[in-house]
Design a protein around this ligand. Structure first.
Ligand SMILES: NC(=O)c1ccc[n+]([C@@H]2O[C@H](COP(=O)([O-])OP(=O)(O)OC[C@H]3O[C@@H](n4cnc5c(N)ncnc54)[C@H](O)[C@@H]3O)[C@@H](O)[C@H]2O)c1
Length: 354
């Protein structure tokens, strides 16, 4: 019998624990061969003992686990957000999870705010650079609190970092089909190289070079502002999009809107061959936390994405159960149902067990 895959579960803050417990329920109901271990890294733990990530925490995750399933981090009780920064950004940076893969797929036409969109029309992925850019927190403030205050937020782009994420996007395009079975054929790089010439110039040069290695794939480019318009006007045109950390963060919230909102969007933080981390795109949503209102389907789709990454075919059954929940409106209010978080998760689990 093959060894069970070892999954570290980090529910985190706010709605994180609520949606992650439904995702774990779905994994268990699918009978995927995994064993789970839960970690309490969160605002509550930080407020109790001052620990964000235990010493050796990331090395332990990389050594002892095949994948990590994370909820969300962010809690009004920790206004500095230090715990979220150390746990979430720490994991992305220190475990070098350089490709943030965010599939944008319309499961059912009822979920899309655009008119006349069918599931086949919205089926693209965004590959967001995940270890550099504007989120490395380089910079500083000078003369803080005075009228002469200066704030500098630097953006880091390395040749290595840009090249590997662009190559990841082309490899992804080459190796994956769309959900209707048709091949993926286009990689679009999105930047703001007309205004941010130094970083944009590097991205432009590397994109041109790497695209030559994949002559069968069409290489395209859009400025990020133009891309936002196009994403709303005609999302059919997109296939694989690759971009930097900040633009990827922003355009995938816009893209989540096409799929039914933040409660439906899944993501993976990936370094091929290393322990990778999977999390729903949404945050900890403090206003709805503890109210049994959060949509757990994004977290459940994230669990399916993780299982597929690990080569476990139960992913397909979990996705089918989520689709059926959407079709039968056994969902939370944000996407038109009248179930709670738990009832939605129970329905999916029962469907999987049946
Ligand atoms: N990856 C992460 O852990 C992550 C990502 C984004 C934000 N955050 C943190 O989360 C906190 C709140 O941030 P925010 O309000 O900007 O973003 P958010 O994603 O938490 O919430 C934005 C909006 O979407 C709704 N929403 C989000 N997830 C939902 C779900 N599953 N079901 C139904 N509705 C849902 C919320 O009600 C809210 O109106 C902040 O501390 C922020 O830093 C964490």
């Amino acid at each position: 019998m093959p060894q069970k895959k070892r999954i570290a579960i980090i529910p985190g803050d706010g709605i994180g624990p609520e949606v992650i417990s439904e995702a774990v329920k779905a994994i268990q109901a699918s009978q995927a061969a995994v064993e789970t271990t839960q970690f309490d890294w969160s605002a509550t733990r930080y407020l109790a003992d001052g620990v964000t990530v235990p010493s050796d925490g990331f090395a332990m995750l990389a050594r002892d686990f095949d994948a990590i399933l994370l909820g969300a981090l962010g809690d009004p009780r920790v206004p500095s957000n230090i715990h979220a920064k150390e746990i979430l950004l720490g994991m992305r940076f220190k475990m070098d999870l350089y490709a943030n893969l965010r599939p944008v797929r319309l499961l059912d036409e009822s979920l899309c705010p655009l008119k006349d969109m069918e599931p086949k029309d919205i089926d693209f992925v965004v590959v967001r650079e995940n270890t550099e850019g504007a989120y490395v927190d380089a910079g500083g403030v000078f003369k803080q609190g005075t009228p002469d205050e200066i704030a500098v937020q630097e953006e880091i782009n390395t040749r290595k970092g840009v090249e590997r994420v662009i190559r990841y996007a082309f490899e992804y395009c080459e190796r994956h089909t769309k959900h209707d079975g048709s091949p993926r054929q286009r990689v679009l790089m999105c930047d703001k190289s007309n205004a941010m010439t130094h970083a944009g110039g590097l991205w432009q040069r590397v994109f041109k070079e790497v695209s030559k290695e994949y002559p069968q794939i069409t290489a395209q480019h859009l400025y990020v502002d133009a891309l936002c318009t196009q994403m709303v006007r005609d999302p059919r045109q997109f296939d694989v999009i690759v971009t930097n950390n900040m633009f990827g963060d922003i355009i995938t919230d816009l893209a989540a809107g096409l799929q039914g909102g933040l409660g439906m969007a899944a993501s993976g933080n990936i370094h091929p061959g290393k322990t990778s981390m999977f999390e729903p795109v949404h945050g900890s949503a403090p206003p709805i936390a503890g109210k049994n209102m959060a949509n757990p389907l994004g977290a459940i789709l994230t669990a399916a994405m993780m299982l597929r990454h690990l080569g476990l075919e139960e992913a397909t059954r979990i996705e089918a159960a989520v689709l059926e929940a959407v079709r039968q409106k056994r969902t939370t209010q944000d996407i038109g149902g009248n179930c709670g978080t738990k009832e939605t998760g129970d329905w999916v689990a029962t469907r999987l067990a049946g």
